[in-house]
Design a protein around this ligand. Structure first.
Ligand SMILES: [Zn+2]
Length: 128
């Protein structure tokens, strides 16, 4: 049960690795030892995600209207259906150790920026 590697085009990446892969946590091909991942944009802003939201909305609205707890199973079911679709059909992008380190640096910078902004506003709020 493996999927094609974008580097060597052999079936070297497990579907489980593909499921959890991201730009900072890529999957490793066991044929050529290169890294690849599913783009976050593909993962979060695609057709299966819309289906997931619709199924989840049916579950939540149905539960609110009927108070039947089994309708809440539609939430993980919708998530699972969208994830299976994404793992089977979403393309994988090539990555290198250098790109992974750079993506982590960008992520750290964004977190630092957000936290320092929050800290500044907290200090301003405290002082005024
Ligand atoms: Zn490969």
């Amino acid at each position: 049960m493996k999927t094609d590697c974008p580097h060597c085009a052999k079936r070297g990446i497990s579907y489980f690795s593909k499921w959890w892969s991201g730009s900072t946590t890529p999957a490793l091909c066991n044929q050529c030892n290169n890294f690849s991942y599913v783009n976050n944009g593909t993962r979060h802003y695609s057709f299966p995600t819309v289906i997931n939201i619709i199924i989840a909305a049916f579950g939540i609205i149905g539960f609110i209207l009927t108070q039947k707890y089994f309708l809440l199973w539609l939430l993980p079911l919708g998530y699972l259906i969208s994830q299976i679709y994404l793992v089977l059909y979403s393309p994988m992008l090539k990555s290198t150790k250098k790109q992974i380190d750079n993506n982590k640096r960008v992520g750290n910078f964004i977190l630092l920026f957000l936290f320092s902004g929050l800290l500044i506003y907290t200090i301003i709020d405290f002082v005024t």
